[in-house]
Design a protein around this ligand. Sequence first.
Ligand SMILES: [Zn+2]
Ligand SMILES: [Zn+2]
Ligand SMILES: [Zn+2]
Ligand SMILES: [Zn+2]
Ligand SMILES: [Zn+2]
Length: 395
Amino acid sequence: MELQLEDTIILIDTSRSMFRKDFDPNRISAAKKAIKDFVISKNQIDDRDQFAIVTFSSEAKVLLEMTSYIDDVLDAIDGIEIGGTSGLGEGLAVALQLIVKEIQQLGEKGYRMLIISDGKAWGSTIDPLRMSKIAQGLKVKIDCVGLSELGLSYRDSVLERISSQTGGEYRKIYDSRSLSDALTELSSKKEISPSARKADSAAVGALLETIAEDLLRPADLSEDQSHLVDLLIGKEKSKCIICFQDICPICHGPFYSCGRYCPNCKSPMHLHCAAEWASASKAVSGDNVFRCTRCYFLLKVPASYSKIKTLKGTHHYSATELQEDDTALFVKVNDFSDELAAAVDPICHSIFDNEENVYQCTNCGTFYHAECLDKWLEDRASGGACRVCGKKITL
Ligand SMILES: [Zn+2]
Ligand SMILES: [Zn+2]
Ligand SMILES: [Zn+2]
Ligand SMILES: [Zn+2]
Ligand SMILES: [Zn+2]
């Protein structure tokens, strides 16, 4: 019988708690050795199978792209380093992005994941269970090995829930020896249906949009997470990694108005800069999906923001530059949506308290206070154009 090709993404927790010495000589060294046993045993079963390695702590990183070249895999395992707190959600998200990249190129193959962690997922800004649901949809089985998850009930162990959700196996491990045994055992082939039949580009585009994460609003960060942002980014906390400025070049607001964070590396960026980057880079299908310029994580901006692509280079418009048909209808807003609650007026850079006297550009979705819009239209410098998308305003 011919064996089905089966690629494995190994996710390894590199948070500081992995230094604990309850395993001989410590958790991380024991894990590295056991992963090597897993890889070697799997390679003996079928040397065509590939491996990729993702590490997760304060941010998730692809340590090794898919390869069947066993020496590279073993070298990469040796190179695993510890640091930060664990973000299981981010790790899973990065692993899924790897798989989708592979599906785009190949199709017809089984994918599985192996997670080794001590299960403390509190650093995650991305919900690991939401990620595992997506994995389940892609028919990716996830085996989880929980180190020293002492006294955890089913409800407490995120790892156990991920395994059961995706049809993988869960093992609780307390010492180095049984860790190696368990991983060698898990190396045998699984019954996995191929993740996706040769997906057409539209389907892959939709899939990319599903797995791409929203940017985080500063207000969405928990206390731990904003502490993490301080730690990782420090003084550069409000300097956009796309335009390298604090003030947004598109809406002219200070960082707090349209500033967001990458959910993986926590880098700051203006939502407007991100939208322009997404539509200009075309690195991935879909106008509103793009890769973080720092960590390459797949991100998305709200679809309405992709309309700012009409901006090219300069953000100043004069009335004569605008064509007759280059207009955007402004409509009166009549309900206090979540979108409005989170918006900032590009003229005064203040928020909106309620839906009264608010206008919205139907081209780019930007909200304006009625008074601010009046002032703006009287200002000759405005050229009568939306400050964000540059279309001529019609009321
Ligand atoms: Zn920017
Ligand atoms: Zn902006
Ligand atoms: Zn990033
Ligand atoms: Zn205003
Ligand atoms: Zn507009």
